[in-house]
Design a protein around this ligand. Structure first.
Ligand SMILES: C[S@@+](CC[C@H](N)C(=O)[O-])C[C@H]1O[C@@H](n2cnc3c(N)ncnc32)[C@H](O)[C@@H]1O
Length: 272
């Protein structure tokens, strides 16, 4: 990370950010000592977290490829994260070279890196936006100029809604963002899941995330996550651990889907 970036408005390098912690899990270099310290605390509690982050990226890649193969050529990726390998536009443009992507994030460092990476491609924009104000995202003039809401859109909210504490608020966010989507659009969500919120590992992890920006990590139930897809056709295999979504590797194909443990789950729904 360049020395100038800690001075960006809104960036406090002493407070871990979930975007930079996730970058660290993925083996990226865009993180500060505070991020690495918090991420290491999570790794001590959940040693498989790095693998889960990679599984989540693989889930996004498989789902975006599927959507593009179905003819979806526009994507709205909210809580997009720092650029990594196999970014949404790279996956989509391999199938649809003119695929358009709007990346949205509220972390200023994400925006700096995304804009630097995307400067040469007019089919991609990166916009600052907060998922807790979904109406503002939908009304953002850059987004409305870039995406045609009269045509199908792939709406992605991966590993972001669990940072919003209010259950009702998250339901309303999803409802608002789904509002303008036309048939043929797809919704992708991955979310931290726990069958039992009282799990000591979950509580220990939440304690670490309390000290980060945005300051919360909420585990939700299968029923709560399923409700975000109400009225959509939930694609096979439904809501499953991210590594179990249409697995490509043989060990993952063989493994039983285990929903008895807290983990990151993902699903994709299609607007009929
Ligand atoms: C764990 S990363 C996930 C990145 C990517 N979506 C993925 O799944 O690989 C979460 C991202 O959500 C962003 N984020 C957290 N709260 C947000 C909010 N209220 N509005 C917009 N983005 C947010 C963070 O800045 C971070 O980039």
């Amino acid at each position: 990370m360049s020395a100038a970036e800690p001075n960006l408005p809104g960036v406090d390098p002493t407070v871990p950010s979930v975007a930079r912690m996730y970058d660290y899990y993925l083996g990226g270099k865009d993180n500060f000592p505070s991020d690495r310290a918090a991420a290491e605390k999570i790794i001590a509690i959940v040693p498989e977290v790095r693998e889960t982050a990679r599984d989540n990226r693989a889930f996004i890649g498989k789902a975006v490829r599927f959507m593009a193969e179905q003819g979806v050529r526009q994507f709205l990726d909210i809580g997009a994260g720092l650029p990594t390998q196999e970014n949404v536009h790279e996956v989509a443009q391999r199938i649809m070279p003119d695929a358009r992507v709007a990346y949205v994030d509220n972390d200023p460092i994400v925006l700096v890196h995304a804009r630097a990476l995307l400067a040469d491609d007019s089919n991609i924009i990166a916009v600052r936006g907060d998922i807790t104000d979904p109406a503002a995202i939908l009304a953002d003039p850059e987004i409305t100029a870039h995406l045609d809401f009269a045509r199908p859109i792939g709406l992605l909210m991966s590993a972001v809604l669990h940072f919003v504490p209010g259950d009702q608020q998250v339901g309303d966010i999803v409802k608002t963002l789904r509002g303008p989507l036309v048939p043929g659009s797809n919704l992708l969500i991955s979310h931290f899941y726990a069958p039992d919120a009282d799990n000591p590992k979950v509580r220990a992890g939440q304690q670490v995330y309390k000290g980060t920006k945005p300051g919360a990590l909420v585990a939700r139930s299968q029923g709560q996550i399923a409700a975000y897809f109400d009225g959509l056709t939930l694609l096979e295999p439904g809501i499953v651990p991210v590594k179990s979504w249409r697995p490509e590797s043989e060990p993952d194909r063989q493994a039983e889907i285990d929903m008895t443990v807290p983990q990151l789950v993902g699903a994709v729904g299609r607007l009929p």
